[in-house]
Design a protein around this ligand. Structure first.
Ligand code: APR
Length: 255
């Protein structure tokens, strides 16, 4: 794919920005081979809807089914590597005095790419919690029941993700909204902006007069509002953004 054009005015806005917030969704991990949530219900799992697998009700109804589905997804995520989009965001972080990377993804690929300030709104699929006490459990016997039992209370274990219908972690959502309200530039990368409350964040930034940039090959409900739409895959557009910033720095002789 040819290098996408990054508008000069956007580069100028970014070079003068002090506070940057980023929201990422499943699209940024698509190029790492992590299927989007909806795409993941294929093959063996084609007969199920996400609501059959990612809700507290689904777990209460059939904990073995839900556990097995997440074990399968954990396997996919464990094999995935951060891509050029993740790496470009980690590189960008170093430029700005205040940077908040908010992700809806549970694959931990941002941290693995080197990002430091990551707000994981929907949790981390590699973590395992007691379904009653919420405490983290690190390991369990391989030949035990499915799902495995909490060593303290005997309840079933569950993945450390936020299911549909569950509250997001308060501290994470507070940090995310504060970042959206106070940033100069908001980058919205690879998300359909359909699932709330995360989908509200770029609109909050827009209302607070931030420059909103959408990076997505497809249009979304955010597109009409975005100040800039960089249509293309995150793994191409984000490295081009990093390169355009570096070239502008070189021209003016400053980082
Ligand atoms: N680069 C950038 N964007 C991409 C790419 C790519 N290479 N490939 C696909 N996209 C875009 C799609 O056009 C779509 O707009 O990524 C978006 C993915 O949308 P969703 O699958 O709805 O993912 P997301 O927005 O993260 O969903 C939010 O909903 O499924 C639940 O809890 C799950 O965290 C998830 C939440």
């Amino acid at each position: 794919m040819p290098n996408p054009t990054i508008p000069d005015e956007l580069i100028c806005r970014l070079r003068h920005a002090e506070r940057v917030a980023v929201l990422t969704g499943a699209g940024i991990s698509a190029e790492s081979g992590v299927p989007t949530f909806r795409d993941a219900v294929t093959g063996l799992w084609a007969h199920y809807r996400p609501e059959d697998l990612a809700t507290p009700e689904a777990y209460a109804r059939d904990p073995q089914l839900v556990w097995n589905w997440y074990q399968w997804r954990r396997g996919l995520v464990a094999q995935a590597q951060p891509n050029a989009g993740h790496i470009a965001l980690a590189q960008l972080e170093a430029r700005f005095p205040a940077w908040t990377l908010i992700t809806q993804n549970v694959d931990n690929l941002h941290r693995r790419a080197g990002s430091r300030h990551v707000v994981a709104l929907h949790g981390d699929i590699a973590r395992t919690l007691c379904s009653v006490e919420g405490i983290e459990v690190a390991d369990w016997p391989a030949d035990g029941p499915v799902p495995p039992r909490c060593p303290h209370c005997g309840a079933g274990l569950r993945p450390g993700v936020v299911w549909f219908g569950e509250d997001l972690p308060h501290a994470a959502i507070d940090t995310a909204f504060r970042a959206a309200e106070t940033c100069d530039v908001f980058l919205c990368v690879g998300t359909s902006t359909l699932v709330y409350p995360a989908a509200e964040l770029p609109f909050v930034a827009h209302r607070h007069r931030a420059c909103v940039v959408e990076i997505n090959p497809d249009e979304t409900p955010l597109s009409p509002v975005a100040d800039y739409r960089l249509a293309g895959p995150a793994g191409v557009v984000l490295p081009a953004l990093v390169e355009a910033l570096a070239m502008a720095d070189a021209v003016t002789g400053q980082a």
